[in-house]
Design a protein around this ligand. Structure first.
Ligand code: MET
Length: 629
């Protein structure tokens, strides 16, 4: 097995979406957005996607589209016991396992059009370097202590056993295959040394109790500093109630010293004499991954510090599943406080609850639910998945994925609202004006109907920006959809299809109506872009004849305005010149009940049902553009 010391060069290219990565700019709003770093050894499912990476992407895109200087960082969390075990199961080294799964994550996220500025990984030399740098600061400031710990040791394998590698009889209920940390039958939490007739899951031999020296982070001594930091954060109001409540309950219950080392090989080596055969515990090094992944994005060795060591200039906004909260609001902040250096620390946190699957849980083992690598095979475009997941984001409580709901949202919301507005507008320009909105001889006459539309759309836009200000992503999506609805109502009332049949003055009016409708379409495309991804927005923009130069999401074309008015419509589709539109192309296809039934059977996790169900017909013969990572 590879020594696992993190010193091997990484073999995969790490890609960025921008030719030059942004650095903080004095006097501007600089926001560092992170998504929790997914464990490398799992294939992410839809719940994992909305749990952090997709939510963070939506927010980062929104910020870029409003002109904020953003750096969006993510990558795979690669160290620890789980990786070692999985590698052993697959008969490969941890390095090989990580390479394989890192690529898999990267490809899945690329398919979902996730626009990270940099998607990296934790098993790199930079991680070792920065993790050890932080450790030495903590250590020299006196926040590390040593303790002796009793652990089970597998003599045959020559290693200490992590809790879940010890199996045995449950001392509470007598179940014979209980794991060292928990009994699957009675659910009681266990200590591995409590198991009756313990055996090693690695070799089946009976483990011995041996002692080992470990390093502990002295959280109790950091409690006051943490309390002050939490109070300041609460006052600024950037934390959700549940994050604050969870953090306060940790503080109230009293912080305890936490072991930060492990007897493993696959991790960041502990550099302290007497401990050099150990690695850091994965949750000690994982949050440092945000820093080292940022560092790996530049060849310049210290550029990352401009983001991570400038709290006065940078806002840090972090997205994660709720179970990750204490690591980001208690333990990692304590590590940083212990260094006594000025770090850019968590300013706003957005956590999610769980997404369940058809009344149960996602399970790779049972094959239940849609996992990232099979979402593409359904033929359903990434932007439909994105829409569905944001619309069902488990913000206040758990939510459930169901195929019926997906079909309803696709058919009644996306197709009936967005698809209908775009398609009617572009098709009418094609049929009525051969695809070119002609130049007008007179100034366009905006009537009360247009003024009402502008006012109503502007109200929704205001609310949309307010919701994003609160990171209320679901509510912001509803505002965008409301804009689509207003556009459809406007077309319905203005009836450009009738006006086109009238003589000259009718056609002039139809031209104005279609320019206004195209204005709503263009606005809708860029307001939906954070949720649906850049590839989706481009498909719409092309249809209304906007030339896309997607150098960067910050470009003017994607900038989300604060109001829709006559001046904006004039600027976009004004009458002083002609505008050539692109070809209409369908964005959404209706999902039929028989397809829904096939998908449900295919992902039910029951082998028989899956074998019987043929893959659904090719309902989305669309050009599924690959996004960026
Ligand atoms: N790997 C962790 C998880 O997937 C998150 C780590 S964030 C530093 O829960």
């Amino acid at each position: 097995m590879d020594a696992g010391n993190g010193q091997l060069p990484t073999t995969l290219e790490q890609v960025s979406i921008h030719a030059t990565l942004p650095t903080p700019i004095a006097g501007e709003r600089n926001v560092l957005v992170t998504s929790a770093l997914p464990y490398v050894n799992n294939v992410p499912h839809l719940g994992n996607l909305i749990g952090s990476v997709l939510s963070a992407d939506v927010y980062a895109r929104y910020l870029r589209q409003t002109g904020v200087n953003v750096l969006f960082i993510c990558g795979t969390d690669e160290y620890g016991t789980a990786t070692e075990t999985k590698a052993a199961e697959e008969g490969v080294t941890p390095r090989q396992l990580c390479d394989k799964y890192h690529r898999l994550h990267r490809d899945i996220y690329r398919w979902f059009d996730l626009g990270f500025d940099h998607f990296g990984r934790t098993s790199t030399p930079r991680q070792t370097e920065i993790c050890q740098e932080i450790f030495w600061q903590v250590y020299h400031n006196g926040y590390c202590t040593e303790q002796t710990v009793a652990q089970l040791y597998d003599v045959e394998a020559g290693k200490f056993l992590a809790d879940r590698y010890v199996h045995g009889t449950c001392p509470r209920c007598g179940y014979e295959d209980a794991q060292g940390d928990q009994c699957d039958q009675c659910g009681n939490l266990l200590n591995p040394t409590e198991l009756v007739r313990p055996r090693s899951a690695l070799t089946g031999s009976v483990p011995e109790v041996r002692t080992s020296r470990h390093l502990f982070l002295e959280l109790p001594r950091l409690a006051d500093a943490l309390q002050r930091w939490v109070d300041a954060a609460a006052e600024r109001g950037g934390w959700s109630d549940n994050a604050l409540t969870m953090t306060r309950s940790w503080l109230r219950d009293g912080l305890k010293p936490r072991c930060i080392t492990r007897d493993l090989q696959w991790g960041v080596p502990v550099p302290l004499d007497g401990f050099t055969d150990k690695v850091f515990y994965v949750w000690f090094d994982a949050p440092i991954g945000y820093l080292s992944i940022t560092a790996a994005a530049w060849s310049d060795r210290d550029r990352w510090r401009a983001w991570w060591q400038h709290p006065e200039q940078v806002e840090l906004v972090q997205f994660m599943g709720k179970d990750n909260t204490p690591f980001h609001t208690v333990i990692f902040p304590c590590t940083l406080l212990a260094t006594q250096r000025p770090w850019t620390m968590l300013q706003r946190i957005s956590t999610t609850e769980y997404l369940n699957y058809e009344g149960g849980k996602f399970s790779k083992r049972r094959g239940t639910g849609v996992f990232g690598d099979s979402a593409a095979d359904t033929g359903i475009p990434a932007y439909v998945w994105r829409y569905y997941l944001v619309a069902n984001r488990p913000e206040q409580s758990d939510s459930v994925f169901t195929w019926d709901d997906l079909a309803a949202k696709n058919n009644n919301e996306l197709l009936a609202n967005v698809g209908n507005l775009v398609n009617r507008t572009v098709s009418l320009v094609k049929s009525g004006f051969q695809g070119v909105l002609p130049a007008l001889t007179d100034a366009p006459g905006y009537q009360a109907r247009e003024r009402r539309l502008f006012a109503a759309v502007t109200d929704e836009l205001r609310e949309y920006h307010r919701c994003f200000g609160d990171i209320a992503l679901k509510a912001a999506l509803r505002c965008a959809m409301a804009i689509g609805k207003l556009g459809n109502q406007y077309l319905q009332e203005s009836k450009p299809w009738d006006l086109l049949k009238e003589p000259a003055s009718g056609r002039e009016r139809a031209r104005t109506v279609l320019a206004v409708a195209a204005g709503v379409v263009r606005l809708l495309a860029i307001c939906m872009e954070p949720f649906m991804g850049g590839a989706f927005a481009d498909r719409i923009l092309q249809q209304v004849g906007v030339v896309i130069e997607r150098v960067d999401d910050r470009s003017e074309v994607h900038r989300i305005p604060h109001q829709l008015d006559a001046a904006l419509v004039e600027r976009w589709f004004g009458g002083a010149r002609a505008h050539r539109f692109g070809e209409p192309s369908l964005l959404f296809r209706k999902m039929l009940p028989e397809q829904v039934a096939q998908w449900r059977a295919r992902f039910a996790g029951d082998a028989a049902a899956r074998a019987e169900s043929k893959p659904p017909a090719d309902v989305f013969p669309l050009d599924l553009r690959i996004g960026r990572i």
